[in-house]
Design a protein around this ligand. Structure first.
Ligand code: ZN
Length: 282
């Protein structure tokens, strides 16, 4: 997958990296929505499957190099890759290199949450060892998400894989947020819950322009309707409330919405009823 175009938000530069891709059952991505309705938005690739990417987003402010979410990583077993319908492998370091950056130059990694398809690239397998992908970056997440990673319940145990967090507590680079905080100038996070108890979103602002990364509250442009939740959402009523509130706030600012899982529409601006006013495609 080659996709190195950049979106500018004020003086901040935004680009999408190769975090892997997969096929997933369309029904699970659109929870309560009947197929005859969702297939008009994202046509199934085959049968009931739809194709999705897991695209970490590189944000360059001039002073800071920030990566939001890290893709599926390279530590999946063959069996896991099959179960999760992996198509394109994780190639984050390679795509970073194409952007002229090394992993050492990333100073901040923000995780919207810790499901394997978002946090799988924090650590990487290299020459038979598990090492930090970004050796000099602090890893930012909500404290409540980290608590749940440390003590997963029966459901989250399937997506919080120990191998994705091994040694993180001891490395001294975890930065746990309670609620809302500016992470670097122009980039702030806010706790939402909903998808996961400790899910957070990211707001980017520069020179009067804004962009929102709503993580898995809004995985693709097709999920605009607040009622269109996923079967993966742990607290769907919170997703509905938060999506409604944040979409309004962002639309009032004429903000860009950035997507992590959308294979075609990387970012867009929404008009009334979710009509796309402007779009940025791969
Ligand atoms: Zn996801």
């Amino acid at each position: 997958m080659k996709d190195k175009a950049k979106l500018n938000v004020g003086s901040i530069e935004i680009a999408w990296l190769d975090g892997g891709s997969f096929h997933v059952d369309g029904g699970t991505m659109f929870g309560p929505v009947p197929k005859v309705v969702w297939e008009r938005k994202i046509p199934p690739a085959s049968d009931n499957d739809i194709f999705l990417v897991a695209s970490p987003i590189l944000v360059r402010t001039g002073q800071n190099n920030v990566v939001i979410d890290t893709g599926i990583g390279n530590k999946l077993t063959e069996k896991q890759a099959k179960i999760h319908g992996i198509r394109d492998k994780w190639a984050l370091p390679e795509s970073l290199k194409e952007m002229g950056l090394s992993p050492e130059e990333i100073d901040t990694v923000i995780l919207t949450h810790c499901d394997y398809d978002h946090a799988g690239g924090v650590l990487a397998e290299k020459d038979g060892e598990i090492v930090p992908t970004f050796p000099d970056a602090r890893i930012v997440m909500q404290r409540s998400e980290w608590e749940d990673v440390s003590h997963p319940n029966r459901r989250s145990a399937h997506t919080f894989w120990e191998i994705n967090f091994r040694g993180l507590a001891e490395c001294g680079r975890l930065d746990l947020v309670d609620g809302e905080r500016e992470i670097v100038p122009g980039i702030s996070v806010r706790h939402t819950g909903g998808h996961n108890r400790g899910h957070q979103v990211v707001r980017i602002e520069s020179r009067g322009e804004t962009a929102y990364h709503l993580g898995d509250l809004l995985p693709s442009h097709a999920h605009f309707n607040p009622l269109w939740v996923m079967s993966y959402d742990n607290y769907p009523m919170d997703v509905i409330d938060q999506k409604e509130k944040l979409e309004k706030e962002a639309m009032d600012e004429n903000a860009w919405f950035l997507f992590y899982h959308d294979p075609v529409t990387r970012a867009c601006k929404f008009g009334e009823k979710g009509i796309l006013k402007e779009k940025f495609e791969r």
